[in-house]
Ligand binder design. Structure first.
Ligand SMILES: Cc1cc2nc3c(=O)[nH]c(=O)nc-3n(C[C@H](O)[C@H](O)[C@H](O)COP(=O)(O)O)c2cc1C
Length: 164
């Protein structure tokens, strides 16, 4: 196994679900970042999962300062797209670290604090653009009603990497 624990940051639960699924499948212990900081040894080898917020992976910088991040999973609501994933912001020391994208979901009622108005602005902007393709229509519907794309299948590349 290439990591000794799974550490994550989640606002509305989708990243937490992926982390829990990975824990079930690998037997690795799973920690939210705030608990990992208290309970895991500094420098421990971890797989880190964080939700995407305006193109950056939440919690990744503090996690990378504290632990040896062996691979990263970014969890967002955008459909998977390698060109998009390649552009995600990461600390320089993680540029060569494997990065996986997992499509999470959108649960507006679960958002707290600044994130709620931030997403309301985004949802308005998305609703204004004329949706042509079925994918664009599906994204507009997701912004209106929420969505859930968590799937075990999406974890196959991550599991292959962990167990290789
Ligand atoms: C303020 C805000 C910004 C977001 N920015 C992005 C983004 O840049 N790319 C993306 O794919 N999803 C973005 N999302 C969607 C979340 O990443 C998505 O809902 C994710 O599944 C949340 O995971 P969580 O439930 O673990 O918090 C954003 C959500 C919020 C609230």
């Amino acid at each position: 196994m290439k990591a000794s624990a799974i550490v994550y940051t989640s606002a509305t639960g989708f990243t937490a679900r992926y982390a829990a699924l990975l824990g079930e499948k690998t037997g690795l212990r799973v920690y939210p970042l705030d608990r990992a900081v208290k309970e895991l040894d500094r420098g421990a080898d971890v797989l880190y999962l964080g939700w995407l917020c305006a193109g950056s992976i939440k919690g990744l910088s503090p996690a990378a300062r504290r632990f040896e991040v062996k691979a990263v999973c970014a969890v967002g609501m955008a459909p998977p797209d390698p060109a998009y994933v390649a552009k995600l912001q990461r600390p320089e020391k993680l540029w060569q670290t494997p990065l996986f994208y997992l499509r999470g979901g959108y649960r507006p009622e679960g958002l707290r604090g600044i994130y709620r108005p931030m997403m309301a602005v985004m949802a308005k902007a998305v609703a204004k653009v004329p949706a042509g393709t079925p994918e664009e229509k599906a994204m507009q519907a997701a912004f209106r009603q929420g969505g859930d794309w968590v799937s075990e299948q999406a974890l196959h590349p991550v599991l292959n990497w962990l167990e290789a």
